[in-house]
Every structure is written in structure tokens, then in C-alpha cells.
Design a protein around this ligand. Structure first.
Ligand SMILES: [Zn+2]
Length: 445
């Protein structure tokens, strides 16, 4: 059995450094020895001395993050020098929950976790904050924020957690200013956490190929967000040392609940409440997710009404393009602007600087709003009232209502489907098709 070992962990100012080593020839890490960090950058009220964090808590984020490697590789031993007793006790439950959502995992895939010392931690008596509220800038996060405002809540943003996150550029700058501005809206302190876990630790390609093709994971959750989603909540637990220092007991995140007609479902992905319910360390657990069964249109309406009652406004940031302005045309931008229009507001005032009634209406009517799951269109169209005159895009909203979500979705899907002519003209794809044909002929995967 080959080892992956956590060999170093130390604090330097506002940064925790880790070093992880794998046995020669294992190939699951990017390099044989990998240096990792978590950096904390808080507002002027934030004064956490990381050197006071117990080592077992210091190791919590990276331990949780590496843990899933033992779910799939039965020839791997993960060696952790110290672990918090509560977290240690939860390991079997965490495994079962991930197996349920992403698996089922087979017992014979399982590697081994060796914890050299289990430590019972006593919560620090500080009580500066009650809870962490995770904040990305999107609808679910803003809603969690307005439901948990005030000085006892610490707003925490971990931008590196996002799929395809870029560590620099205008989007990252915008994420800084989003949390600073929103902290004023809800009157909470803020903390920004940066890390290089996703970009530096695992040999993603090797692991992806193994999970997808050798092991053959095919659950809906795996198909949706795969290996990245399996480590999503662990990455959020980078907040553990600060939670310990300020005696935070509750970690609050917005729910990614969705609904279509009478079918209620929580997203089967890395943020599923069934997963967050299992994670805990020292005295801290995830709270019930915010707005567990509230529809997205209702959430947007709640955010707008709350802000108006405080005489303020906020940007709702959903776009992933690396820019200081939201593109306005991607699926996430489109559905959120529709949410805002259905609430009778101008998207320009809620973070969509590029919004234009004319351009937006033309775009939606050209069936460019296309997503595999039509729940977002249903959610918007369902709330449009026949007898209401909307201040913005009134004609578009009533047109959508007359079309209905099923027909709209169907036409959008047809529009997106490449025609034979389009395919023949797609010369750039030829090399890909040739590769597929060759690999089929030679029997390679
Ligand atoms: Zn966008």
C-alpha cells in the first residue's frame, strides 16, 4: 500500500502552509511533494491569531480535502498526524453520505486513513461571532446573508472553490469588492479566504480518468460536478481555524434548491444538504441550509424587498466570465435578469450594468436561453401575472407567459441542436471525430 502523507503544517502571519508527500510512483498528486496554503484576509475588525489554533484544527481543512482519495483507491493509505475527535468520529458517516450521493461506492475500492493522534478540542471562549455565512455573491448566498444579518455573523468568501475559478483578473477583483459592499448591506464583518487546493494538489486528469472510466461512477451527482463536487464542502471548511478561534458553532450556506411544477428537489451535487449535515469539527457544524425549499424567484423578490426596506441596493453576481461587468448573456445571467424583471425591477440596478430592454428581449425571443434543466424558465414564467403591467420588459414577460415553459424550452433545445450543415461546416471538429474513429477501431478508451 502506498502512502499520501501530510508532512508539514505551520502558520506564518495570516497564512497556513501545508506540505503533502506521496510515495514515488503513485501519481495521484501533481508532484511528489506539494506545497499548499490557505490565506485569510479580513476587514479591520478581524483579528484572529492563527498561531493560537490547535494543530488538529489547523489540519482539518486539508484532511477533509484529501479524505475522498481513500474512497476510490484501495492501494492508498492517507496519513494524518492529528485529527479533531469530533471530525474523526464523523468519518464513517461522511463516507456513507458521499457514497449515497456520488456512488454507491464499493467497499473494495476503499483505501485507508491512518490518524496518528486523535485530539479532543475544547471550544475557545471568545464568542465574537455566532455563525459563518458563506458568500459568493449569487442569489442563494445573498438570501442567506439577508436572513442572517448583523455583527454576530461573519461573511466568508472562498472564491477558489468555484469551478474554473481564476486566481487573478477582473472577476477576482470584483469578488473582493462584492463581499466588502455586501458586508455593509447586512452590517456584518467579512473574511476572504484564498487557497491553492484545487489548482495545486491532485493530478486531476489521472483521477478523473480513473473515476470515470476504470471505476465507472455514473450517478447523477457525479455526472453533474464529479470529482470537483466531491471536495466542495471540504474546501469550505478552510474556515475551520477561524471558526475555532472565534467560537463559531454554525456554518450557514444558501440552498441550491430547485423546483419544477410540483417536483421539489435539492441539487444532487457537492452542496447537497445530505452531505453538509454530516460534516462537523470541535463544536462546529453546518446549520440547516438557508431557504431549503424557497423558489429562486421568491428569493430574488425577498432580496429586493429587504434591500428596499433598508434603503439600499446590492449587486447580485452570478456570471463566471472573468470581467468586472456581468456578461448579461450567459445562462446564469439570463435567468437572474428574468428573476429581477419578474420582481418588477430593472436589472441594471441589481448588478447587470449591460442590461438593455431591447437587446434582452430580442435575445430571449431568439431562444438563446437554453439550459438542460428547464426549471429556471418554469420558475420565472410561473410567477408572471396576466393582469400585471411590468415596468420593464412587460411585452417580453407576457409573451413568455403565452408561450409557456415547455414550448419555450423545446424550441430553445431545437435551436441549439447543430444541423447537418453546421456539422459539415465545423472543420475544427474534424480532428476530434478522427480521434474517436481511430480509438474505436483500435479499441482504446
Ligand atoms: Zn454572464
Amino acid at each position: 500500500m502506498k502512502k499520501i502523507e501530510l508532512i508539514k503544517a505551520y502558520v506564518e502571519g495570516d497564512t497556513i502552509h501545508y506540505q503533502v508527500r506521496e510515495d514515488a510512483g503513485l501519481g495521484l498528486l501533481k508532484k511528489e511533494i506539494v506545497d499548499l496554503f490557505i490565506r485569510y484576509h479580513g476587514d479591520s475588525n478581524y483579528d484572529c491569531d492563527l498561531s493560537k489554533v490547535h494543530r488538529s484544527i489547523l489540519l482539518t481543512p486539508i484532511s477533509l480535502y484529501m479524505l475522498p482519495i481513500t474512497y476510490f483507491f484501495n492501494d492508498v493509505e492517507l496519513v494524518i498526524p492529528e485529527m479533531d475527535k469530533v471530525l474523526y468520529g464523523q468519518l464513517p458517516t461522511i463516507y456513507e453520505a458521499y457514497s449515497k450521493i456520488y456512488g454507491p461506492f464499493k467497499k473494495d475500492w476503499r483505501g485507508k486513513v491512518t490518524v496518528q493522534k486523535v485530539v479532543e478540542n475544547t471550544p475557545v471562549e471568545n464568542a465574537k461571532y455566532d455563525k459563518v455565512v458563506f458568500f459568493s455573491g449569487g442569489v442563494d448566498a445573498c438570501h442567506a446573508g439577508i436572513n442572517n444579518p448583523g455583527k454576530k455573523s461573519l461573511l466568508v468568501s472562498i472564491p477558489d472553490i468555484e469551478r474554473d475559478a481564476v486566481s487573478e483578473g477582473p472577476l477576482r477583483e470584483e469578488k473582493y469588492s462584492l463581499i466588502k459592499n455586501f458586508s455593509k448591506v447586512v452590517d456584518s464583518d467579512w473574511l476572504l479566504i484564498l487557497n491553492n487546493f484545487n489548482t495545486s494538489l491532485f493530478n486531476e486528469k489521472v483521477i478523473y480518468n480513473c473515476l470515470s472510466f476504470e471505476i465507472g461512477l455514473c450517478s447523477d451527482a457525479y455526472k453533474y460536478d464529479g470529482w470537483g463536487g466531491i471536495r466542495y464542502l471540504a474546501n469550505m471548511c478552510c474556515v475551520a481555524p477561524v471558526a475555532y478561534l472565534t467560537s463559531i458553532r454554525s456554518l450557514v450556506m444558501g440552498s441550491a434548491f430547485e423546483q419544477i411544477e410540483d417536483k421539489l428537489q435539492n441539487n444532487y451535487d457537492g452542496a447537497s444538504p445530505e452531505l453538509s449535515d454530516t460534516i462537523g469539527f470541535c463544536d462546529t457544524t453546518f446549520a440547516e441550509q438557508d431557504a431549503l425549499t424557497v423558489r429562486r424567484t421568491q428569493k430574488v423578490l425577498n432580496i429586493i424587498n429587504w434591500c428596499k426596506s433598508k434603503n439600499t441596493t446590492t449587486k447580485i453576481w452570478v456570471c463566471f466570465s472573468n470581467d468586472s461587468v456581468q456578461c448579461g448573456l450567459c445562462v446564469k445571467c439570463l435567468r437572474t435578469q428574468l428573476n429581477i424583471l419578474c420582481a418588477g425591477e430593472n436589472p441594471k440596478e441589481w448588478g447587470f450594468e449591460n442590461f438593455s430592454e431591447k437587446k434582452f428581449s430580442l435575445y430571449v425571443k431568439a431562444y438563446k436561453y437554453n439550459e438542460s434543466n428547464p426549471c429556471w424558465i418554469w420558475d420565472n414564467i410561473d410567477t408572471i401575472q396576466d393582469d400585471r403591467t411590468y415596468p420593464y420588459c412587460d411585452e417580453l414577460l407576457h409573451w413568455l407567459k403565452s408561450i409557456g415553459y415547455k414550448e419555450y424550452h423545446q424550441r430553445a433545445v431545437e435551436k441549439a441542436r447543430p444541423t447537418l450543415m453546421k456539422r459539415l461546416l465545423a472543420f475544427g471538429q474534424y480532428s476530434h471525430y478522427l480521434k474517436v474513429i481511430i480509438s474505436k477501431l483500435t479499441g482504446r478508451k
